[in-house]
Design a protein around this ligand. Structure first.
Ligand SMILES: NC(=O)c1ccc[n+]([C@@H]2O[C@H](COP(=O)([O-])OP(=O)(O)OC[C@H]3O[C@@H](n4cnc5c(N)ncnc54)[C@H](O)[C@@H]3O)[C@@H](O)[C@H]2O)c1
Length: 437
């Protein structure tokens, strides 16, 4: 295997995972960030984000001398043969991806790049960005490759090291092959293509997942109306290999740092190309409807107005296993409940204290009993497995009303019923004894 000198710009969920994993594969990696405190912590082996196995890989890489951290892309790139850009591409004006970070790094490093190196866009960027980055760099000797990332937060390291596929796109085939070779040890199917197609793969994948979730959320609502049970329905359709079991769980609407912004960005790109994409627009509309439906359920659970009513929330993050609150559907539901005057106390195993600008208006408790104390209803918003194992007998003693809105269909309703709770799920048959389960 060739050991490459690699620079990774951005040490968030994607950048830090990329850097630490490539170092674990034997490459020599320097990671850069503009956040000086983060760099300082990482140099000391402290990883602020919650990702299983990541801190261990960082410690290992530092100890082996294969991993280092510096402030500023300019200090990471000069000797690198491959430079990964893993900076944020948040939702910008009109829904388009905001490429300011990608563009500012390109401007920062263009004069410093080693001759004939490769710049890799791992950030999620619209079709055409590789070409735009190349133009910004203005370096005929430097190829820009698109290599989208598909890791999931909560299992980032495992996903990076065991990918379903590697996608590498570049109009210069030798550069694409150089990037693909970095992953050779992983033995994953590799799609080598042009830059535009690689960029499109990422959006097409994320939007498909969003669409699948919106579809199942719509099916769940219809199940409620028609008296079917969505868990049996999704089990029944998921065995079909053309459909698959993944991403078939209804919930409070999809969210997180990627699906919403990427859906908006593809819709915006479609509009700019004069292409009407009602299927994708419907996925977004269904998602808004689903989030609103959760508020309706909570109102129904407390039997009327939410004004001044104490609601205990279980879960704030957008999914279990992460501390990421960005565009969390749990926070969207919390905001809607707050807007109707509800008084919210939340417990989340990944969020132990208030996060300014994120959890405003929600008291964050360090214990589920505190969140449930005096609550007119408990609302499960994130699918943390440990919520199933809570001492529901103890929670039954402290709540004002024994009713749970389980927006994730996570809990064992039989266990809760035994201690007096009514459980309202999503797409479930109301309160019927389980059939053959
Ligand atoms: N988070 C995910 O699950 C995931 C999965 C696949 C793809 N992506 C994509 O990867 C990209 C990064 O996402 P993320 O979740 O890792 O973001 P993040 O916000 O966790 O991390 C981005 C990091 O980049 C740093 N940064 C910003 N500007 C910089 C600059 N000019 N120079 C150096 N560092 C800079 C920030 O300080 C931050 O530490 C996005 O395009 C995202 O869409 C994310």
């Amino acid at each position: 295997m060739f050991v490459r000198r690699i620079a990774v710009v951005g040490t968030g969920y994607v950048g830090l995972t990329t850097g630490a994993c490539l170092a674990s594969l034997g490459h020599r990696v320097i990671c850069a960030d503009i956040d000086e405190r983060r760099v300082e912590e990482l140099r000391g082996g402290r990883v602020a984000i919650l990702e299983p196995g990541l801190a261990e890989l960082v410690t290992e890489g530092l100890a082996a001398g294969r991993l280092d951290f510096v402030v500023g892309a300019r200090n990471a790139v000069p000797r690198a043969e491959v430079v990964f850009l893993c900076v944020p591409t948040p939702m910008g004006e009109g829904g388009a991806a905001n490429l300011a970070a990608v563009e500012s790094v390109a401007a920062e490093v263009s004069g410093l790049l080693r001759p004939n190196c490769v710049v890799v866009n791992k950030s999620t960027v619209p079709v055409g960005t590789a070409a735009r980055t190349a133009a910004l760099l203005g370096r005929a000797d430097v190829a820009v490759v698109s290599n989208p990332e598909f890791l999931r937060e909560g299992s980032a390291v495992t996903d990076f090291l065991n990918p379903d596929r590697i996608v590498v796109g570049c109009d210069a085939q030798d550069a694409a092959e150089r990037v693909a070779a970095l992953y050779a040890r992983l033995g994953a199917p590799t799609v080598l293509t042009d830059a535009a197609s690689a960029e499109m793969v990422k959006y097409a994948a994320n939007c498909f997942l969003a669409m699948k979730l919106s579809y199942v959320n719509a099916v769940a609502e219809l199940c409620e109306r028609l008296g079917a049970d969505v868990l049996d329905v999704t089990e029944g359709i998921g065995y079909d290999r053309r459909i698959g079991q993944a991403f078939l769980s209804p919930g409070p609407g999809w969210g997180g740092s990627c699906l919403p912004k990427d859906t908006h960005a593809l819709l915006q790109a479609a509009a700019a190309a004069d292409f009407d994409f009602p299927l994708l627009q419907a996925s977004l509309d269904t998602n808004t409807r689903q989030r609103n439906r959760m508020t309706d359920k909570v109102r129904a659970a407390v039997g009327g107005s939410l004004d001044g009513v104490h609601i205990g929330l279980l879960g704030l993050t957008f999914k279990a296993g992460t501390d990421d609150l960005r565009d969390s559907p749990a926070l969207a539901v919390a905001a809607a409940l707050r807007a109707e005057g509800a008084v919210l106390v939340a417990y989340d195993p990944g969020v132990r204290a208030s996060v300014p600008g994120m959890t405003d208006g929600v008291e964050v408790a360090d214990d589920p009993v505190k969140a449930a104390q005096g609550a007119a209803a408990i609302v499960v918003l994130t699918e943390w497995p440990e919520f199933r194992m809570l001492d529901w007998g103890r929670l039954a003693e402290v709540v004002a009303n024994r009713v749970v809105v389980d927006t994730r269909n996570l809990l064992d309703a039989d266990v809760l019923r035994r201690v007096g709770f009514e459980v309202l799920g999503v797409g479930r048959r109301p309160q019927l004894p389980p059939v053959g389960r």
